[in-house]
Design a protein around this ligand. Structure first.
Ligand code: ADP
Ligand code: MG
Length: 699
């Protein structure tokens, strides 16, 4: 690739073609493109000649030419050229809605042509009975007769020579209300003439050759059907268009993947990470667990322990379905780190989750003679100063907490040099800059990100190509499938009678609502405050019902969670604050009200709060009357599978990558041409090539 200094750079996250600096032409400088058109195109994010060249046709119109009238009459809803003689003309009346009509006789077959709102005298006047006419448009049928609405026409005294049978292809650009297709077309031709020859190759030649891709110039010429591109067989031409598009998609993916591979390589080249070699501490922690690891857990722990023992910082994304047991792997890594005289930090997105991690970690690390600290936004100021002091002296080995752990006054031991490992749980809940801020607390610490929102492989590669990927699929042994059922709200009385019965038999339940309190805007959606009170006084009378939602103070939240964990609260009515991470193994029932408002991945997370022991668990999703057909389809998909990876794919297909990833990380999935789902094979290939190119054969 050329030195990028002399090239117009690719806008981050937005693929563009590359030309020598200063040669990209602004729209207004293109001959024949007026100021009004410039304004209108700008409003659509088309600013210069390159943008215009990357504005692809929406479709290709195929128009039949040279067919006889009877042959044309076989074509329905297809574009064609009709050649015949004018048989009859009916002018539109001055008042009223009737159209101007012309009947054409083509080789004995009659066609009715008509136009609404063409009342000008000159229009009807051009049609003279007995003269020849060529009309181009879409053939439709109405009451057994072929017709054409608003065709473009040419009229002449005689018909002239009949063209050969052929299919004419034209690119059709998305209609912009106020910019005509022909204007876009002309702009593209001018842009092509002015800048296309200057466009540089980004894709290495050997890749181009391997895939038999056309050059960028050829690809764009084919896509826009620029003058000079010829074709005989329309189908073969459309295949070329597809291949040309793939070339640009590939180039877009490749550009990003090269960038990610450079980031990946840069992270490794620095090679300043502390070697964390005390594997025995990890083993000791695992021995102290009341269970043995699953196969997937064992394998991943080996990888982690191996990578920590290296000057090349680990950069790993650990993906696992809900309940697959990722937390103990994080603990194992933290134990190796502490055993190697370094500090680690485990950050979680909510206080409830951070607290839970802390409480699980504490006895385990105590047993190893290691110290765990806890820091959140609610830590009292005296506890906080003590903790910060202990952190700085190195008295704290493992810090567990929320966003508080990367605030500016938090200093790890030896000015951060002792921070050996950064772990981020539910990584998708954090922004890139937050994670970066935490990593900056140390000097090249090892990094472990964990996410329980399984991302399809291709998307993970597209979005997190700078990280290595580990997948934990296997669930701990003894887990029974969670029975999931979809019900309408009519089933409530029976459902809650059942919940009561099971709770009285000693089990615990979550009931999730989308809203905290009644809202006028969406009054039909169940809200937790009203419904919890209602349930406590009616269906669940005599049962201890607790409430948990995001607007409660952190102390109140902790208190409720503690009481639920202790079994003092039997039914917990909550909003999605319990969505991530919450682990109360004796809870076996999950009811989700107004379930249609949640995305599939979110539902899967919620369901993952039960089925965490060897007891039978059940998840009931209630759809309100307002649920649309689409959302019911989504809920049925949810009912049908418990496989988080499968659900993620369905979710992605239904909602698109942006919504799927959520606002925090949506930018990572935005491509100009490429579609992460449909073009996933190209994405994988582009990644392989980019990694091999940048990293050599190690990748
Ligand atoms: P997640 O992957 O969703 O973060 P957790 O780490 O919270 O899952 O683990 C879920 C539950 O499974 C916890 O109660 C944990 O103690 C338990 N667990 C983890 N690994 C095993 C195992 N190998 N055998 C039995 N239980 C396990
Ligand atoms: Mg977890």
């Amino acid at each position: 690739m050329e030195d990028s200094a002399n090239l117009d750079s690719v806008q981050p996250g937005r693929f563009s073609l590359v030309v020598p600096k200063g040669t990209n032409v602004e729209l207004g400088k293109l001959p024949g493109v007026g100021p009004k058109t410039v304004e209108r195109l700008k409003a659509r994010d088309i600013h210069d000649a390159l943008d215009l060249l990357l504005f692809f046709p929406r479709a290709y119109r195929q128009t039949h030419r040279g067919l006889t009238g009877p042959e044309l009459a076989q074509k329905r809803a297809e574009y064609a050229e009709i050649r015949g003689t004018i048989e009859h003309v009916k002018k539109a009346p001055r008042h009223g809605r009737a159209p101007t009509e012309v009947t054409v006789n083509a080789d004995g077959q009659y066609f009715r042509l008509f136009w609404f709102n063409m009342k000008q005298t000159w229009f009807a006047k051009q049609f003279i009975v007995g003269h020849g006419i060529v009309a181009e448009g879409k053939i439709e049928w109405e009451r057994g007769h072929p017709r054409m609405a608003h065709p473009t026409v040419k009229v002449s005294k005689t018909l002239g020579i009949k063209p050969v049978r052929s299919v004419k292809i034209e690119p059709i650009y998305s209609q912009m209300e106020d910019v005509r297709g022909a204007t876009i077309r002309k702009g593209i031709e001018v842009a092509a003439k002015n800048v296309l020859p200057l466009v540089r190759r980004v894709l290495p030649e050997d890749i181009e050759r391997e895939f038999e891709f056309p050059s960028v110039q050829e690809a764009l010429a084919i896509i826009h059907l620029l003058p000079g591109v010829t074709y005989d067989d329309p189908q073969a031409y459309l295949d070329r268009v597809r291949h040309a598009r793939e070339r640009l998609v590939f180039e877009e993916f490749y550009t990003l993947q090269v960038d990610l591979a450079h980031q990946y390589a840069a992270g490794r080249r620095r090679a300043q990470a502390p070697r964390l070699s005390h594997k025995e501490s990890g083993r000791e922690l695992i021995r102290a667990l009341p269970f043995s690891l699953t196969g997937d857990q064992k394998e991943t722990s080996k990888t982690l322990v191996h990578e920590l023992d290296s000057q090349i910082p680990m950069r790993r994304l650990l993906q696992g379905d809900v309940g697959s047991g990722k937390t103990v792997l994080a603990f194992c890594a933290a134990a190796v780190c502490a055993g190697s005289q370094h500090q680690s930090v485990l950050m979680a997105p909510t206080e409830v989750l951070a607290k839970q991690h802390f409480e699980k970690a504490k006895p385990l690390f105590d047993g190893l003679g290691m110290t765990v600290g806890y820091l959140s936004g609610t830590t009292s100021s005296s506890d906080r100063s003590q903790l910060l002091a202990d952190l700085e002296t190195g008295a704290v080995d493992v810090l567990v907490g929320t966003h508080a752990v990367f605030q500016s006054d938090v200093v790890y031991a030896e000015g951060g040099d002792r921070l050996g490992l950064v772990i981020v749980d539910e990584q998708h809940k954090f922004g890139v800059e937050q994670i970066e801020a935490l990593l900056q607390k140390g000097r090249d610490p090892h990094f472990l990100a964990m996410t329980a929102t399984p991302i399809p492989r291709a998307l993970a590669h597209a979005c997190f190509g700078e990280l290595d990927l580990s997948i934990v699929k296997e669930k701990p042994p003894g887990r029974k499938p969670i029975r999931t059922v979809l019900r309408s709200v009519a089933a409530r009385p029976r459902l809650y009678a059942y919940v009561k019965e099971r709770v009285e038999a000693g089990e615990q339940a979550f009931i999730v609502f989308p809203l905290i309190e009644a809202s006028d805007a969406v009054s039909h959606r169940a809200n937790v405050l009203d419904r919890a009170e209602h349930l406590a006084n009616n269906d669940l009378k005599g049962v201890s019902v607790g409430v948990l939602h995001g607007r409660m103070s952190p102390e109140d939240k902790n208190d409720v969670m503690d009481r639920f964990r202790a079994g003092e609260i039997q039914v917990l009515c909550a909003t999605t604050v319990i969505e991530v991470g919450v682990d109360v193994p004796q809870a076996t029932l999950m009811v989700i009200e107004s379930a249609e408002v949640f995305g599939l991945s979110q539902l899967h997370q919620l369901r993952g709060r039960v089925g965490r022991s060897d007891l039978d668990s059940m998840c009931v999703v209630l759809a309100s009357h307002q649920a649309s057909a689409d959302s019911l389809e989504r809920l049925r998909a949810f009912e049908s599978t418990e496989d988080g990876f499968r659900l993620a794919e369905i979710d992605l297909a239904m909602r698109g990558a942006g919504l799927f990833l959520g606002a925090r990380q949506a930018g990572r999935s935005e491509f100009r041409f490429g579609d992460i789902l449909k073009d996933s094979h190209l994405l994988e290939e582009a990644r392989d090539f980019a990694r091999r190119r940048v990293l050599g054969d190690v990748a």
